[in-house]
Design a binder for this molecule. Structure first.
Ligand code: B16
Ligand code: MG
Length: 219
């Protein structure tokens, strides 16, 4: 393939907000009497807020009406926002800034493709608001990963064909979304989990332009 743009997921790729999602969901589940573990939290990665709540209710075998669901999601988000409003640029995951700088120097456009409605606040807190050429997130995209909408929107905003985009993703649903978009995907995490990714690395600290050029020839 020929890489003409790179699209990054946010949580788990650029920053680790999963720990804050966990703390906020844990506070809710403690309150409503559901036993929710860090292992359960893995199932929520890359999944939208409402879909996450549905998974949690399923774990707790709890059935509630739509009004209560909205209230639980609102509560969880208010606690999550408390956490992320204290984030600092030091929380950007290792290697991300260096790789982004290299891509900018090479004139390769970059976009963000995240399920989170809180993307603008997170980017602001870590000083990345004006770094991406396009941002597709929970505010301008409505179908959750593995639907390809988020990545197709990002590619469209950049004016790059999907087959020339590489997506960096840590969640199984996100890898599937990239594939469904007709893009190539570099998984961030474990080969055992991200079995459908074209290539897997442990973090962006293992990525640079020369490595990208090598991978480009392989995938
Ligand atoms: P919010 P990503 C995802 O971010 C998270 O991985 C997922 O756990 C969360 O439920 C989702 O965003 C929605 O977030 O409640 O802030 O709208 O990995 O797509 O960057
Ligand atoms: Mg993610």
């Amino acid at each position: 393939m020929k890489v003409e743009a790179c699209i990054f997921d946010l949580d788990g790729v650029i920053v680790d907000t999963a720990k804050y999602h966990f703390l906020a969901w844990k506070r809710l589940t403690d309150q409503i009497g559901i036993n929710f573990t860090e292992k359960d939290n893995e199932r929520l990665k890359g999944v939208s807020r409402m879909a996450s709540l549905e998974i949690i209710l399923e774990i707790g075998n709890l059935s509630i009406d739509a009004v209560a669901k909205d209230e639980y999601a609102r509560l969880k988000n208010s606690w999550y926002v408390d956490y992320i409003s204290k984030m600092t640029p030091e929380e950007i995951l290792p290697g991300s800034l260096d790789f982004i700088r290299e891509l900018k120097d090479a004139n390769i456009p970059i976009a963000l493709g995240s399920a989170s409605k809180n993307t603008p606040m997170i980017l602001k807190r870590v000083n990345l608001s004006n770094v991406f050429n396009a941002v597709a997130d929970g505010n301008n995209v409505h179908k959750a990963k593995p639907d390809p909408e988020v990545f197709l929107t990002a590619a469209k905003m950049l004016g790059v064909k999907p087959e020339n985009c590489v997506v960096f993703e840590d969640a199984v649903a996100g890898v599937q979304a990239a594939i469904n978009a007709g893009m190539k995907c570099v998984g961030i995490g474990s080969t055992k989990v991200l079995t459908e990714a074209d290539f897997v690395i442990k973090g962006l600290n293992e990525m640079n332009i020369s490595r990208l050029r090598l991978i480009e020839k392989m995938i």
